[in-house]
Design a protein around this ligand. Sequence first.
Ligand code: CA
Length: 222
Amino acid sequence: MRVLLVEDETDMARALIAALGRQDISVDHAATLEIAGEAALNGVYDVALLDRKLPDGDGLSLIPLLRRVQEGLPIIVLSALSSSDHRVAGLDIGADDYISKPFSTDELLARIRAILRRPAQLGETFITLGELRFNLTARCAEINGVLLNLTRRETLAPEALMRRAGCTVSRSALEEAIYGFDDEIASNALDTHISRLRGKLAGGEVAIHAIKGLGYVIRAVS
Ligand code: CA
């Protein structure tokens, strides 16, 4: 599971990253709205945790963008702004839950578990290209109804490519989608990764092409 944590207080962020890490949850940490906005565009998160008082504005202002990129993304606000009015504002703009600071990490983990148990209100959503169908809710890809055997990380590349099918997706955008902020990425890691994926798509109606010096594009084979 991958979480976008938007929090400017270093100690709080560190504590949360450690607590989530112990549950095998990888965390992309953004300390400003600007960084969080860029990360959000990757559309790869299972949950977003949002502080409100950030150096460049109110964390709530990020919620419409998060919703545009990932419609069903569970969003939990973590804030010291805890009056009833504050909480109502957060929930009305689209947060799924609102936790007042200070809180225990056990409570946060329980709320994350609770939110992930909810069925997605909008049902499953898919992106389809030829015979390849990507399930955005379950994060899995299938060809003619047969599930592709991809590792969790391998599913991130087709998702990023299929969101922009027919357009070149830059190497840096793909690396951002596939790897965490703090992952050390070997220079050929992306190519190895895509080459494995191409192998699994070989012979089908959909192919991934390398665009020299730029990135990759996924297209239906004509
Ligand atoms: Ca803050």
